[in-house]
Design a protein around this ligand. Sequence first.
Ligand SMILES: [Zn+2]
Ligand SMILES: [Zn+2]
Length: 206
Amino acid sequence: MKIWKKYSQYLLSGEWHIHTSYTDGESSVDDYCKRAVELGIPLIVFTEHVRHNLSYDFNAYMDDIDNAREKYDLIILSGCEAKVLPDGTLDVDDDILKQVDYPIFAFHSFPRDIDIYLDALYDVLRNPYVNTWAHPGVFLKRSGLYLSEKRLYNLFKNLNDNDTLIEQNMKYNAPPEAWLNITRRCRVNYVRGSDCHRVGDLKLVS
Ligand SMILES: [Zn+2]
Ligand SMILES: [Zn+2]
């Protein structure tokens, strides 16, 4: 079972997308947890960037999360944000996907080709570890690529069949406006992910 199902009551009140100073964020695990408690956010998830070749000590990151769990009265999940590669795999080692609670995937740099994109996306959705599609549609928009309504329907059906969430990412205005009608009709499950890079990005939603 994917972990989000256990915490589905917090999908919109929790903060499910956070980067720390281990990569391009500015705050520490401890800083975020302290602030989340102050604000009354019930759950936070660390989704640090990963690569096959990591530039930081992943065990130290996981230790920070364990320590914070002991210190704070807060639900804290470990996670990672993995980049989709053109061959439909993720730029992360399997042992990390197995180790964290909540792996998410995203398109960052990628070939500007809708067929390669869709093939890779469907491959990734078959990966049993991924919970969420992060900042969906942002790469397409930036690249001037487009998915027809029919393709979106099939895609969201597949997403649901694989118990995968779609991220509501205010920072990037994702998913695109044009998708909202279809996600609603397909009853896609949303999760709040603000792509926090500093404690100031944490916000309470009521
Ligand atoms: Zn990203
Ligand atoms: Zn991110």
